[in-house]
Design a protein around this ligand. Sequence first.
Ligand SMILES: C[S@@+](CC[C@H](N)C(=O)[O-])C[C@H]1O[C@@H](n2cnc3c(N)ncnc32)[C@H](O)[C@@H]1O
Length: 184
Amino acid sequence: MAVPWIPSPRTVVDALLDLLSVGPEDVFVDLGCGDGRVVLEAAKRGAKAVCIEVDRVLCNIAEIWAQLMGVSDRFAVIRGDFFKIDLSAVDPTIVYAYLYPSTLEELSPKLEAELSAGTVVTTLDFAIRGWSPVYVKALVDEHGYDRILWIYVVGISNPRARVAGLAKNLEMFASRIKMRRFKL
Ligand SMILES: C[S@@+](CC[C@H](N)C(=O)[O-])C[C@H]1O[C@@H](n2cnc3c(N)ncnc32)[C@H](O)[C@@H]1O
């Protein structure tokens, strides 16, 4: 079932970017970015922002916003199906996905295969079946609805990592990734 465009609430976007201390060292990808509101905020904080979206009109809107906000130099739109885009070529430090549970489950093997150890994967409202979050943040959005942010780290949270053993994966991080400062 195709996931429709339902934008993330402003309070959720701000809370997420604060929580992850998003900054210039990050490459932030939104899988199904809609009008780009999440990645654009990441770009405003200095991150390199990549917006992957199948809908042409939404891609155009995101690009216009990037120009208006003066972040075009660190903002890219990839128009297409995120199932067909090689995420290892983008090499994100953070991946955001606000998608249906069934879509997240379908994406899960791709995330495991293509994202580097230490990449933060964060989803709104729906968890990734079979993955263990490192942190879960509950919040109330500006419309008064309860929302949940699920935070995962590739190399710890994904099923293959748990089979391989946490200690081994922590060694992989140390060689590649700075320790991210979570603002809890
Ligand atoms: C729930 S909306 C989230 C929008 C945005 N991430 C946000 O949080 O504001 C899901 C978006 O995913 C896009 N989408 C759905 N399936 C997709 C696919 N296979 N490839 C790329 N984009 C897709 C939809 O067009 C829609 O804009």
